[in-house]
Each structure stands twice: as C-alpha cells, then as structure tokens.
Unconditional design. Structure first.
Length: 295
C-alpha cells in the first residue's frame, strides 16, 4: 500500500538527513550573529502554505482517517463522545455495546435507573458524572427535540455535558456539517507545528478556520488526531519515523533514530490493533478486542 508506514519512514528518513546537515552547517557558522540572521521569522503566508501542505501530506499517509468511536447513529456517537472524556476511545468502544443494547434510544436512557447506568459505564471512569450527563442529555433530547439528536451547534451545546468539541464531533461525523475538533492531540500538534500560539480551544478553532477551507475542517481534525495518536506523541514523538519532518519546526523534540522511532509507533502504524471494535472497511489495521477478550 503506497500509504504505509514504510513510505512514511522513508520520507521521514530523508528529512532527518536534511535536518542533520542543516545542524552541521550551523555548527560551522562563523558567529552567533550570522546564525541568527540566517533564521528568518516565518511569514503568515508561508505558515499557511506549510500548514496546508502538512494537511495534504497527512491525507496521503492517513487516507482512512476516521472517528475512532464505534457508532451506528447520531445518538450513539453523542453518548460515546461524552463518555470518551478522560479515557480512551478503545475503552468507550468496549463499554458502549452493553449500554446501547439495554438503552437503545434517548427515551430508554432518560428513564433508566442511574445506579444501573453507572455500573455499565464504570470502565470509562468518572461514571457518576458521566451518568448524570448522558441521562440529562437524553431527557433533553426526548423533551426538547422530539427524541432526535439536533443537527445544529447551538442546540447541541445546550445539552448537558456537551461542549463545542463534542458538538463538532457529532456534526462532522453524523450530520456532515464541517467542524474543527480541538482535542488534546489537535491542540498539541498545531502548537508544535507553529500554526498558533493560543492555548484556548475556542481561539485555536477560530484561528484554524482562517487557515483551512471549511470543506477540510472535519478531515483535518481526523488527520491531525490520527498523527498525534500514532506518531507525534506528547512525551516522545517518533520523529525518526515521521512523514512530515521536512515541514516540522519541532523536529528533534522526540526520538530521531529511525529504528528506535519505529518502535514508538502505535496502532496500525506499529502493527497493533486500533481502537475500534468495528472499524471502517478501508482501515488497514486490526480491530480492537472486546471488553474482557484476550487480544
């Protein structure tokens, strides 16, 4: 497959060499003053061009990028996204089958016994607060929206436990409405790539909306999040196995040795199961194991 980790590693390896040569050249520079003069601040136009090129190249690496929560309808995606706070998508995907089997509709969950819901979602953590949120939003959907998840941002964020990030996940992936999902991975990478220096999710969302056309917003979010989960990790990025080192101003923050970097790759990039029990047909990795299964 042309978009395999092998392609990414080969491309990244070439970029590593270029950066190393650049570093050697800097060491041989005659004076600190000349080194400073050789590094020009990146213009806004240059940054936008680099950002859009990163997006295009990530589209080649992750053509199968998708939401990593299992869902069959807008309601299931909404519940799963709320449950995903402070836990992994994998743990949510292992937990929701039993929840949706017992409470398939907003009306069912709204009328549930809280203690029974808490027990079902306990593996996702913060189960009491999450139970309050998902039961509360289910009641609001039942009472205020005729039992159907609303497809407008202003309506979604009016639901208990639903913020802009959750709303954009639902809008982009259940209703086809473009949106930028600023989760922890997205925030980390856009700052690492010098697309923004903001640390407020709403401000970051607004800035990204000025860089990328609206038609790209949803897939941009998936690609950046995929890259953050698989390659550009928070503590130890796999720089030596990264396909966009030639575009990354933070190259060298992580492991630059290609062999060592390859060992840091996660999910399908590292030959491991993904987070979904039921991934899309074009996903090249292995499905995740069910809760309690040996995988």
């Amino acid at each position: 497959m042309s978009n395999s980790p092998v392609r990414a590693q080969a491309k990244g390896a070439g970029s590593v060499s270029g950066n190393q040569n650049s570093a050697v050249g800097e060491q041989l520079s005659p004076s600190p003053d000349k080194r400073k003069k050789s590094v020009k601040p990146e213009s806004r136009l240059a940054m936008v061009r680099r950002a859009r090129r990163i997006n295009r190249e990530l589209a080649e690496v992750f053509p199968y990028a998708h939401p990593e929560l299992d869902f069959e309808n807008p309601y299931q995606l909404l519940i799963a996204t709320v449950l995903s706070a402070q836990t992994t998508d994998l743990r949510v995907n292992q937990t929701t089958p039993a929840l949706f089997a017992k409470y398939p509709t907003p009306e069912d969950l709204a009328a549930a016994v809280p203690e029974e819901v808490e027990e079902l979602i306990r593996p996702t953590g913060f189960f009491r607060a999450k139970t309050k949120s998902i039961m509360g939003l289910s009641k609001a959907i039942r009472d205020d929206f005729g039992g159907e998840v609303p497809g407008r941002l202003e309506d979604l964020v009016s639901l208990p436990g639903v913020g802009r990030k959750t709303a954009f996940v639902v809008l982009g992936n259940a209703f086809g409405v473009p949106g930028i999902t600023v989760d922890t991975h997205f925030m980390r990478l856009v700052r690492r790539w010098k697309w923004t220096d903001q640390d407020d999710p709403v401000k970051i969302e607004a800035e990204m909306a000025t860089i990328f056309p609206k038609s790209e917003w949803t897939m941009l979010s998936h690609r950046v999040i995929f890259h953050g989960r698989r390659i550009c990790h928070a503590r130890k990025p796999a720089c030596g196995a990264c396909p966009i080192t030639h575009l990354c101003p933070a190259y060298g923050e992580g492991e630059t040795d290609p062999e060592k970097a390859r060992k840091l790759l996660k999910y399908e990039m590292g030959g491991q199961p993904g987070q979904r029990l039921k991934p899309p047909p074009d996903y090249p990795g292995k499905p995740a194991p069910a809760l309690g299964a040996i995988g």
